[in-house]
Design a protein around this ligand. Structure first.
Ligand code: ADP
Ligand code: ZN
Length: 738
């Protein structure tokens, strides 16, 4: 059966254990010679979808690809796995070009890569018509569509050659998800609806984080320091910014190179090549960088400035972690950057302006969300994401902070917006509230207002946080054109005291870059020392062969070697990414290094197969943390036990227990919680009584009833005790306002 053969090739030639989602189905469809349209995110594994059929079909597979650099990369990688592949384009020396053509004519080649205009040339068509063509693969198929971001007219003519190759299977592949582009591809190529295979756009291995941009340079440095010796891209808004940041990072001793359209072609090429070959660690770039980069081991993408829209953002972060290992994506977010984008939007005509504003709003929804970041992202791509917590974004890992009553702050802010005439942005409002002597404040005479200087007790950052929450919860709107804040009807309910406003205010600066590692994406424990030795050897071999290191072995391959210490060729074959040809080529060199290392350090081989099955079986079905912790508590574990088991603070445990109650669970009723309180017995009793009277939903009324004598921390403990003792949950009483 075809799919068995495909699986064998996957393992023997490419050295992979399993197909990724949809790969198997797609390959079967191609082998049946059905038209196939593949929509898969970057790094999803599109190439194998035509490479494996190419090895099964008896004739030639033609791959249409728009970029010379990609062709070269693919051919080099295939050659390393022992696949007879070539490309034909103008960059080749004539002799080599002729040799490649000869080999095609002699049926010695399985895959040929061509640019569309090259394929469409009469000579080329004549040559290819003289051999058996089994499959035509159109890579980057969105280039067919004028709706896509990279329209190439020659792509549209490809359909004209369909009749020339009546027995070939046609497969088109793209990472562009928009339905319009998809339809356009199908219509242009005359594919029918059954041809479509759409993979999930969720890239599970990307850790997604957005933080307020406070001190961008410090934040950037702190972030990239987490990835010593590992590759990453920093995206900036402008060429000037690229040059500046590149200089500063260089001065700080980082291995960086710039990339933008203003640099001479030669420099750009050279910098890209240095990056790809692991000779330079970091590329600081504008959006000009990335097309045609196949580097699988990019460990981080930092957005120093805002991306243009969600689609570019997703494409840019998608360049990280193609190898499936955990990779980090951090975005520094500031409202000033939003103003910059708005400025550019305002230069556009009315229609473009509308479209651009829609894109900007979608981006803002993603940036400002406090739910899982994958929800707004994937919703944007028309995908339903049903998992509540991905455990791979900042919001999912954020320890739940309790909402506090911020009514008075909100009133101050809103009334200042009103008094300044609903024309100004948050920065100016905050200046007025904090009694700034800034020229703009004086020019408008705002130092005379009653709201001038009434907000000195909060920092600028805290006020900004508050204003974001007021916007997010629709107490204000922001003028799309000029950035001025305006009150909504809802604001008046707070201003006149009919409604309260609760939110979150961090005491410390909120620029914490998450260093937490999620357990969801397997990154095998490995010996760093051996990994570094193996990596050096890889670089040596790659340089000698004049190819990027990942063409020889991926990082994941080396990591597995440094985790399982294979001692024989059979064992080496079990390692990710090692097929027959690579085993023959490099097996003994790497085995020798591993042997030597194991002898010196008295390390024994570890079984790979066992550990992978263990990993798979024990993969958590992503139970939310508060449920795990609530269940643990109810099973009799003490609070200190839980603190140790999960390495979290007491406060965090209590917050989780509170969330547990909010979802309708009860807590075991004994005195354990009460014992955590350091209050004298009579205070405890009074607090419990206050909860009885005022209800457990809000702490403020309870605190007021106790004349503020008991701290909120203590009240939280007593509240949990009160709820557990009375076997209450919070589900019916309180609807969380988030
Ligand atoms: P795309 O073209 O969709 O961006 P690629 O085809 O370049 O993605 O694949 C991304 C990476 O994933 C490559 O390094 C590839 O070798 C690897 N890969 C593809 N399929 C598998 C698989 N079934 N198992 C393991 N790795 C895979
Ligand atoms: Zn998430």
């Amino acid at each position: 059966m075809a799919s068995n053969q495909a699986k064998t090739i996957l393992q023997n030639v490419f050295g992979y254990d399993e197909f990724r989602p949809l790969q198997g189905e797609i390959i079967d469809n191609v082998l049946r010679k059905n038209d196939t349209l593949v929509i898969m995110p970057t790094g999803g594994g599109k190439s194998l979808c035509y490479q494996i059929p190419a090895l099964i079909f008896s004739g030639l597979t033609i791959v249409v690809s728009p970029l010379i650099s990609l062709m070269k990369d693919q051919v080099e990688q295939l050659a390393e796995s022992g696949v007879a592949a070539v490309f034909l384009n103008s960059s080749l020396p004539p002799a080599e070009y002729r040799r490649n053509v000869e080999q095609i004519k002699q049926n010695k080649i399985k895959i040929v890569y061509l640019a569309p205009e090259a394929l469409l040339k009469p000579n080329m068509l004549a040559m290819l018509s003289s051999v058996k063509v089994s499959c035509i693969a159109i890579d980057e198929a969105h280039c067919i569509s004028a709706w896509g971001h990279d329209f190439r007219p020659e792509y549209r003519q490809l359909v004209e050659i369909r009749s020339r190759f009546p027995n070939a299977a046609w497969i088109a592949l793209t990472a562009t998800a928009t339905p319009r582009v998809r339809e356009d591809i199908k219509n242009t190529l005359h594919f029918d609806a059954s041809s479509e295979f759409i993979a999930s756009f969720n890239r599970e291995n990307l850790f997604i984080q957005v933080i307020p941009k406070n001190k961008p340079l410090e934040q950037a440095i702190k972030f990239i320091k987490k990835f010593p010796d590992q590759s990453g891209i920093i995206y900036c808004f402008s060429r000037k910014q690229v040059d500046n940041l590149n200089e500063v990072l260089k001065r700080n001793g980082f291995s960086v190179k710039p990339y933008h359209a203003g640099l001479p072609e030669k420099d750009r090429k050279e910098n890209q090549e240095l990056f790809i070959r692991d000779d330079v660690q970091i590329i600081v770039a504008t959006i000009a960088f990335g097309m045609g980069i196949n580097k699988p081991n990019i460990r981080f993408v930092l957005h120093f400035d805002l991306p243009n829209n969600i689609e570019s953002y997703y494409q840019e972060i998608g360049r990280a972690g193609r190898d499936g290992l955990k990779s980090d994506c951090l975005l520094l977010f500031s409202y000033a950057d939003i103003q910059k984008i708005k400025y550019f939007i305002n230069q556009k005509n009315d229609h473009e302006k509308r479209v651009a504003n829609i894109h900007l709003n979608a981006l803002l929804r993603f940036l400002e969300t406090d739910i899982c970041r994958r929800i707004p992202l994937l919703t944007y791509f028309g995908e339903e994401y049903s998992i509540k917590t991905c455990n791979m974004c900042d919001n999912c890992l954020a320890e739940e902070k309790e909402l506090i009553d911020l009514t008075v702050c909100a009133q101050k802010f809103l009334s200042c917006v009103k008094r300044t005439g609903e024309k100004f942005g948050a920065i100016h409002i905050i200046d007025v509230l904090r009694g700034s002597k800034a020229q703009k404040v004086i020019n408008f005479g705002h130092q005379e207002l009653s709201t001038y200087g009434i907000g000195k007790d909060y920092s600028k950052k805290q006020w900004l946080q508050l204003s974001r929450q007021l916007l997010h919860k629709k107490f204000m709107i922001q003028d799309m054109e000029f950035g001025g804040l305006k009150l909504t009807k809802k604001a008046w309910t707070v201003l006149n005291g009919k409604e309260t406003f609760s939110g979150r205010l961090e005491e410390e600066p909120v620029d914490e870059i998450s260093g937490k590692v999620s357990g969801k994406v397997p990154m095998p424990e490995h010996n760093r020392d051996l990994f570094d030795i193996l990596r050096k050897k890889r670089k040596e071999i790659a340089d000698a062969a004049n190819v990027p290191p990942y063409v020889i072995f991926s990082d994941k391959t080396l990591i597995e070697m440094a985790a399982f210490f294979p001692q024989t060729k059979e064992r080496l074959l079990e390692i990710h990414g090692i097929g027959q040809v690579k085993l023959e080529k490099y097996g003994s060199i790497f085995l020798e290094i591993i042997h030597k290392y194991c002898r010196t350090h008295q390390i024994e081989e570890r079984q790979k197969k066992i550990s992978t099955t263990v990993k798979k079986n024990s993969e958590p079905v992503s139970k939310p943390r508060h449920i795990v912790i609530g269940d643990a508590y109810n099973s009799g574990q003490s609070i200190p036990d839980i603190m140790t088991a999960f390495s979290i603070k007491q406060d965090t445990v209590l917050n989780h227990l509170y969330s547990y109650l909010q979802e309708g669970h009860k807590l075991r009723s004994d005195d354990e919680l009460l014992a955590l309180s350091t209050l004298p017995a009579d205070h405890k009793a009074r607090a419990v009584e206050a909860f009885e009277k005022k209800g457990p939903e809000f702490l403020k009324p309870v605190s007021d009833a106790l004349c503020g004598e008991i701290s909120y921390d203590e009240l939280k403990i007593i509240r949990l005790y009160y709820l557990s003792k009375n076997k209450l949950t919070l589900k019916t009483q309180m609807l969380p306002s988030v």
